[in-house]
Design a protein around this ligand. Structure first.
Ligand SMILES: Cc1cc2nc3c(=O)[nH]c(=O)nc-3n(C[C@H](O)[C@H](O)[C@H](O)COP(=O)(O)OP(=O)(O)OC[C@H]3O[C@@H](n4cnc5c(N)ncnc54)[C@H](O)[C@@H]3O)c2cc1C
Length: 287
């Protein structure tokens, strides 16, 4: 099948892109095209105008105090390889490397992934686990949407038609940060069946003082699992007792005896084990 007819505009700046969106009800932003174009080819999406944002200056990575700012058009491949991301947001780096395969990651963007809001996608899950947010712009100005307020359902977000994601904000990893994205997919490169993103911070005594976790593949939106995995708080290691407790609670709370809940329980335990191992030595989080 071929896409329905559409017009195309390549914008030079964000204001131009916002004006193009505002001018046509059927307009849609296109960034990497890795989700939108397949939907168009299947005629599940029929935008009348594609507003290309690849030249509007939305790629880049900066650290501002305790926040990492990632431009919306930053490619997954760059997130995988960038040394600043490796140090300041290692969970994002690991998750980006799990998306599809290199050809997809070379085109796909972080803003596109978050706006597309696929319930099995890695990056929305990372945003929720890390307690991140997005900066969005429209003709009315900018606003910040916290991860917990962004995803509304299957491929649904609280973004308005004329809003463009400009930046993604994530907290900078602390000196004893540990993180892990554990997922399972039937074949390497396929979308995951389910996954768990976890980020922990340990204090000077090695105790886990903060924990953020989210799971994909079990609901129409990524699910915040921080409370379900809270038994790791205060621990100095990922003991067998803690891992068993977390797997049991996740299984019980996420759907009883189903295979998927079992899988998520196992992935959660594995994520805890890896996050503790990666934060055992101060400064080793990105290793
Ligand atoms: C074979 C294949 C395998 C894949 N495997 C995975 C996988 O394992 N995990 C995974 O997470 N993804 C996977 N993807 C999807 C891929 O990650 C996409 O890159 C991503 O979902 C969308 O990013 P994009 O830049 O391509 O967005 P586009 O396709 O250009 O756009 C997607 C949506 O986001 C909107 N949008 C884009 N940018 C913005 C912006 N700045 N502001 C507002 N709205 C915006 C568009 O209007 C559109 O609705 C796969 C894709 C393919 C084709």
């Amino acid at each position: 099948m071929k896409p329905a007819p559409f017009d195309y505009v390549r914008c030079a700046n964000v204001a131009e892109a916002i004006a193009a969106l505002a001018g046509e009800e059927g307009a849609k932003v296109i960034a990497g095209g890795q989700s939108l174009v397949p939907l168009m080819a299947m005629r599940l999406a029929r935008p009348t105008l594609l507003v290309d944002v690849n030249d509007v200056g939305l790629d880049g990575i900066t650290v501002e105090g305790d926040v990492v700012r990632v431009g919306a058009c930053t490619r997954h491949r760059r997130l995988e390889r960038d040394p600043v991301i490796a140090r300041a947001a290692p969970l994002l780096r690991e998750a980006a490397g799990l998306i599809g395969y290199p050809a997809i990651r070379t085109r796909g963007t972080i803003g596109g992934s978050l706006a597309h809001a696929d319930p099995v996608a890695e990056l929305p899950t990372v945003l929720l686990a890390a307690g991140g947010s997005v900066v969005v712009r429209s003709a009315a100005g900018t606003r910040v949407i916290e991860a917990a307020d962004l995803f509304t359902g299957f491929l649904g977000t609280t973004l308005e038609h004329e809003e463009i994601i400009e930046d993604v904000l994530l907290p900078v990893a602390g000196p004893r940060h540990g993180s892990s994205f554990c997922e399972w997919s039937p074949r390497e490169g396929d979308f995951a069946t389910a996954g768990v993103a976890l980020a922990i911070e340990r204090d000077d005594d090695g105790r886990c003082r903060a924990l953020g976790a989210a799971a994909c593949g079990i609901a129409s939106v990524p699910l915040d699992c921080s409370t379900l995995m809270a038994s790791a708080l205060g621990e100095t290691s990922a003991s067998g007792a803690v891992l068993r407790q977390i797997a049991r609670v996740m299984r019980a709370e996420l759907g009883g005896d189903t295979d998927r809940a079992d899988l998520v329980g196992l992935l959660a335990a594995r994520a805890v084990h890896r996050a503790f191992a990666r934060s055992d030595v101060p400064g080793e989080a990105a290793a």
